[in-house]
Design a protein around this ligand. Sequence first.
Ligand code: MN
Length: 406
Amino acid sequence: MTKQISFIHAADLHLDSPFRGLAHTPDSIFEDIRESTFKAFGKLVDTAIEMQVDFVLITGDLFDNEKQSLKAQVRLRRGFEKLDQRGIYVYLSYGNHDYIKGNVHPVTYPDNVFIFPGEDISYFPYEKNGEILAAIYGFSYEKRAVTSNKAAEFYIQDEDIPFHIAMLHGSVESNTEHDTYAPFQTRELLEKGFHYWALGHIHKRQTLTADPPVIYPGNIQGRNRKETGEKGCYHVVMTENEVSMEFIPLQAIQFLSVEIDVSSLKEIHQLEKTIHDKLNKMKLTQPMLVDLSLCSNNSLLRKWENDGLVEEIIELINDVTVYDKNWLFIFRHRNRINDISESIWKEDQFFVELHRQFSETAVQPFLKELYHHRRARKYAAQLTEDEEQEIKHKAEQLLMHELLKE
Ligand SMILES: [Mn+2]
């Protein structure tokens, strides 16, 4: 008989994320938001039970904060107990957000839970019906950062075991978008001969290679406007000859970014209808947090914005579903207005030059002081390419308008 194992691979639960940036939402909605990481974890547990998997892998950042909130630990324990009753094991490692030394209220988890004890790579044998079927390798962050190449330290320890699975919380060496922890190169993982690399740390779902699978499942619940769409885990079934994988969404709330061109609108009430119609087209099967961009090629949108009418329209739209189970809430909006005629851009030498200057100027150097400020730097996240472009665009528009006033 061919040997088979099945498991769930998840990472980056970030339980009890504070969602500070969304504290301006109505209380009932903010409560749902604060509960979302727990709800997603609840679905993870239910999925593991429904799929009757052998075990669950959670590769780091179970908690959002190194203090490992007591609430998060208790909710985890309850979830693990449910899995224990079904004979499902849990293997987990701590990451850069929940490194071991930060934990102030350690909670004891049930016996089905195996936690990698430290930064040296170790493995747990998984036994089923008296036979060791799999070896699960990993390590936990003892402190906030692990910057050495941990991948190099992984190796298969007992060739007699049929399946070898590696859990690694870290990033590809060339990835500069995220803090680079435990950097590795995909090629070097492949050389190791493991059957599955269960990665964590990067919140965007990614398949680095399919055979053998080297997988970031992403986080299980989006936490900000950049973490859009479905979030979840992989259900993996492995035999000696093949692997089947299925992505299973777990998010309780979805972040969505929506762009609407409102250039043709003449009256403010049309703006309400246009946004409403666009959002109405989406089937609401769960709560949605919408990041709305309005674009226009004329200045009417700017006038509405300055008169406070856009804000009012958004409030009116938000009010519609605020008490529904599947609410939809626009939590952020921005305007993109290009109302300066092309002929000015392209023909007036002064403006052509101005535009060139803008495109060649970087925003970062002007922010240096802010990012080095002892207190500000804790809160100021690095700007993304997009954000930098947006700032430049706004500044350019503002300057153009001031210059063209005459
Ligand atoms: Mn994380």
